[in-house]
Design a protein around this ligand. Structure first.
Ligand code: ADP
Ligand code: MG
Length: 339
């Protein structure tokens, strides 16, 4: 008998869950992206105890067929791509088919879904990756996923979760970014049954920013609209008088999806550097449109950090574009930037 053994499927899923499910906010992000991919117009997120106890994401998207609901929880099971070439013409947010399998392996999950072509819904419940219930159930069209007791079976990971308020602040950040990116969808967020945010979903970026960040920020935005080589920048940047202590209000989107990218952040901060106190950070909602060939969304399993090729050109276009927009805004800014 050899010593090398294949790991059971649910153990393999638990291990890979470490990459997809870092904290409650990562679950919220995966579930929201599934709702967006399903064509939802309304997405409601409810969490308790910073998402450590309970997360629910409910949408009015196209739903799942009863015969598919179990497969949705299989690893590498996806309806979004069929082969590797599809990755280069990708319009969906998901594609790895890993999220639901990973989440279900480290929590208790319940999914209620009704496909738009069906009269009735179906409900499935899993615990530690095992299906414990799968039966017809009444439902409106769309999908609702509940996640309870995250990391109940991996205590070492549970220990790494932060306080309720820290975990919840990560969730707010994710929901804000998704709501800004998808401003044609209405988002609602509740924490411990209290409604914290609600966006109109009317497709107007500024209305969405107003709903999430308030009047003071919304009233001090400059529209940015730059096209340079193969890059298009749009969105809003705040006047330099409005700043934040950290990068919490620097939001970047590549081809419509929220991203983290240090290069883009540095380029923006460089453009503002003569206008704001060192240590303060600007407020930007910057949409970067670029040939998908130049963006690698595949570097991180949660698709959080993206890598650009030709990064120097991208840095220059962003930095110049932001400076140009600030300069056009008012004379005092112009003088400071020219000095
Ligand atoms: P991926 O999104 O990468 O395909 P997931 O594990 O997140 O992988 O989801 C697996 C499959 O389950 C999806 O491809 C989709 O067919 C289905 N699915 C998940 N969530 C929803 C939803 N909210 N509405 C409709 N279908 C869904
Ligand atoms: Mg997904």
């Amino acid at each position: 008998m050899g010593e090398i053994k294949q790991l059971p499927q649910n153990v393999a899923n638990q291990i890979s869950a470490g990459e997809v499910v870092e904290r409650p906010a990562s679950i919220v992000k995966e579930l929201i992206e599934n709702s967006i991919d399903a064509g939802a117009k309304n997405i409601e997120v409810r969490v308790k105890e910073g998402g450590k106890k309970f997360i629910k994401v409910k949408d009015d998207g196209h739903g799942i067929l009863p015969e598919d609901i179990k497969a949705a929880f299989n690893r590498y099971a996806t309806s979004k791509i069929k082969d590797i070439d599809d990755l280069y013409s990708l319009y969906s947010l998901g594609f790895r088919g890993e999220a639901l399998a990973s989440i279900a392996s480290v929590a208790e999950v319940e999914m209620l879904s009704r496909h738009k072509s069906k009269e009735n819904g179906v409900k499935i419940r899993l615990k530690g990756g095992e299906v414990i219930e799968n039966k017809p159930a009444a439902s409106t069209i769309g999908t609702e996923v509940k996640v309870r007791d995250l990391f109940y079976n991996t205590p070492a990971r549970y220990k790494y979760l932060k306080t309720t308020s820290t975990e919840f602040s990560h969730i707010i950040r994710i929901v804000n970014a998704e709501a800004v990116a998808n401003n044609e969808i209405s988002f609602k967020l509740y924490h411990n049954n209290k409604q914290l945010l609600s966006t109109p979903g009317n497709g107007k970026l500024k209305d969405c920013i107003y709903a999430l960040y308030g009047e003071e920020i919304a009233d001090n935005l400059l529209a940015i609209d730059i096209e340079d080589r193969y890059i298009k920048l749009s969105g809003y940047i705040a006047r330099p008088e409005k700043t934040r202590a950290g990068r919490s209000h620097e939001l970047f989107f590549a081809n419509g999806r929220p991203i983290h990218n240090n290069l883009a952040a540095k380029a923006v901060e460089n453009a503002y550097s003569k206008l704001i106190d060192p240590g303060r950070k600007p407020i930007v909602f910057l949409f970067i449109k670029i040939n998908p060939i130049l963006v690698d969304v595949n570097v991180h399993p949660t698709k959080k950090e993206v890598k650009f090729s030709r990064s120097q050109i991208i840095y220059d276009v962003i930095s110049k574009g932001v400076r140009k927009t600030l300069k056009a805004a008012d004379p005092t800014t112009r003088i400071k930037l020219n000095s």
